[in-house]
Design a protein around this ligand. Structure first.
Ligand SMILES: O=C(O)CCC(=O)C(=O)O
Length: 263
């Protein structure tokens, strides 16, 4: 069965009780492919997570540089749940409700990542380093990612993660987008058209759901002398609801965050 059909069936027959706010957010994600939200974290949580990130990202024993060409252009934390346990709490009730509504109550966390990207010169940014070129991920279309901003002062012109809605992605795909870093015709201008691009320039601690398989997206380039941090939760459908009450139950560190792998 196709992934979109599977999700439609599950949403029509949810395995858990859903709330209106979750349904509204999930509906936006279904139609647009993304939704930006204030996850209403408890007081102090965002600072605690940001502090944890700042401490661990400089620790060579807990991180791995994974840039294909310039190794330290992107640095991942090897086991973010272990090093910054407070990130568990970023899956707040509004986030969980949206996931339940999107997956009809049957989903699981596939992996959790945390990374830092660095500045690239004009010359360097023409080729792939860390998702800096417009692309769609190659995951099943039922995969959903939840990004949480870890840096202050992220701007649309600067290092913001940015995306196109599903309808605009379709339009760009049909007007000359040929692949990562490769577009001709109208698509070239549409890709970076500020009227279409959705920048994730929300404050630290805010979240963005994005279906990165169905939405074109790319990392912005942090200004010279700055970096930008992000944490990301990846969700996939599950056969049954998670009754343990712990979305991270049994989750192992992501094997693709390692020397020589491609995250
Ligand atoms: O904005 C970023 O840090 C890169 C995100 C990205 O391109 C991806 O997750 O595929």
């Amino acid at each position: 069965m196709g992934q979109q059909r599977l999700l439609r069936r599950r949403r029509a027959d949810p395995a858990v009780t859903l709330d209106q706010a979750g349904l509204a957010l999930a509906d936006t994600v279904v139609r647009q492919g993304y939704a930006v939200l204030d996850p209403r974290c408890r007081a102090g949580l965002v600072d605690e997570v940001a502090r944890g990130y700042a401490e661990i990202i400089g620790d060579p024993s807990a991180t791995v540089d994974m840039g294909g060409r310039i190794k330290d252009a992107v640095r991942y934390v090897i086991d973010p749940l272990c090093h910054v346990p407070a990130i568990r709490e970023l899956l707040t009730p509004p986030v969980l409700s949206a996931l339940d509504a999107y997956y009809g109550g049957r989903w699981r966390v596939q992996h959790v990542r945390m990374w830092r990207i660095s500045h690239l010169t004009e010359e360097q940014r023409r080729v792939h380093h860390y998702g800096n070129l417009w692309h769609c991920d190659q995951h099943p279309t039922s995969t959903l990612k939840y990004f949480v901003q870890l840096s202050d002062g992220v701007t649309a012109e600067g290092g913001a993660f940015r995306l196109h809605s599903i309808p605009n992605t379709r339009r760009i795909m049909r007007s000359g987008y040929l692949g990562q870093g490769w577009a001709k015709g109208p698509a070239r201008a549409l890709l970076d058209d500020p009227a279409l691009v959705v920048p994730f320039d929300a404050p630290k601690g805010y979240g963005a759901f994005c279906n990165t398989t169905r939405c074109l997206h790319r990392a912005g380039i942090p200004p010279l002398g700055t970096t930008r941090g992000m944490t990301q939760f990846t969700f996939v459908p599950a056969d049954t609801p998670n009754l343990s009450g712990d979305p991270f139950h049994g989750l192992k560190p992501d094997p693709n965050v390692a020397e020589g792998r491609y995250a």
